[in-house]
Design a protein around this ligand. Structure first.
Ligand code: NAD
Length: 285
């Protein structure tokens, strides 16, 4: 890849969502969970060249250093890329969060961070309020642009908002056609919290579903593109993952079509309250 192709305006550009702190986040990004550290820099470069401007990592993914290396190697201006990382479960607590943030920032090597999230609430530890207070401080100090959470349920959100008055900019949650989280999304909408979908393709399992295939064929698109478009047309931020250049590009070629009311109704009918494929936020530690 060439640095100049990232420095010039991308041939494809994601819409942006405006966060409740006034900052803008590109709606479609790349997720790097289970992207091996050794290939992360190259994968991130490939995504930036394809036009991606949001990259989602986490301390627990053990590839923050590769993300930073990829952003730097791409030649993309730092302020053109929106980098997200997350506080891991064992680092909950006020001082622990401040220390974990420093380590993440050092591994990324990008000077500042765009969005720092609490990865899981871990209610059994009972420390997410302390972690959230530390996040608020990091934002006040200008060390991170935006602060958010991940895998928070309504009860956890009510608690941090009630006790600190600080509303997360984003809640990143498991969300795909088989698990649509409509109640939590309604709560987010009432609070001005952006919903960001993780495992948006159902970890690939959804792509063989006949209804998804039918919608994709109607639009002359692939099943992955149809599902990503469903997230966009639902007002969700979305971070599909791939390590393959052709799929990274495919997953970003989603800005030239729209699902219609019939498609949206067909996907709505796929929702299944038992459709969760990841961990349960109430019990995961
Ligand atoms: P995903 O739903 O994005 O699915 C990724 C898989 O789908 C790939 O590994 C591949 O098998 C397949 N795939 C991707 N593009 C394809 C294409 N064009 N054609 C065919 N198959 C394709 O799954 P994910 O990685 O679990 O989730 C995406 C991102 O969400 C993660 O990388 C991570 O950044 C984030 N995430 C966050 C949490 C959290 O707790 N906050 C949990 C899980 C994932």
């Amino acid at each position: 890849m060439s640095a100049s192709s990232v420095q010039s305006p991308p041939k494809l550009a994601s819409p942006v969502v405006t966060l409740n702190d006034g900052r803008a986040m590109p709606q479609v990004g790349l997720g790097v969970w289970r992207t091996p550290p050794a290939v992360t820099a190259e994968v991130v470069c490939t995504a930036l060249e394809a036009g991606y401007r949001t990259i989602d990592t986490a301390a627990a993914y053990v590839n923050e250093a590769g993300v930073g290396e990829g952003v730097r190697a791409s030649g993309a201006p730092r302020d053109a890329v929106f980098v997200i990382t997350k506080l891991w479960n064992r680092d909950h607590g006020y001082d622990e969060t401040l220390a974990a943030f420093d380590k993440s920032l050092e591994r990324l090597g990008l000077g500042y961070l765009d969005l720092y999230m609490i990865h899981w609430p871990v209610p059994s530890q009972g420390r997410y309020i302390d972690s959230w207070r530390a996040m608020v401080r990091l934002q006040e100090e200008g060390r991170v642009g935006s602060i958010g959470v991940s895998n928070f349920m309504v009860e956890h959100l009510r608690r941090i908002i009630g006790e600190t008055g600080a509303i997360p900019a984003v809640n990143q949650i498991e969300l795909h056609p088989k698990f649509q989280q409509t109640d939590l999304r309604a709560f987010h909408a009432g609070q001005g919290i952006v919903t960001q979908s993780w495992s948006p393709l159902g970890q690939g399992q959804l792509l063989k579903h006949p209804e998804i295939a039918r919608i994709a064929a109607r639009h002359g698109k692939t099943p992955a593109q149809a599902v990503i478009r469903w997230h966009i047309d639902s007002g969700l931020a979305v971070i599909p993952k791939s390590v393959h250049a052709e799929r990274i590009a495919e997953n970003f070629e989603v800005f030239d079509f729209r699902l219609d009311a019939e498609d949206m109704a067909a996907v709505a009918a796929l929702d299944d309250p038992t459709g969760r494929i990841g961990f349960d936020p109430l019990t995961f530690s």
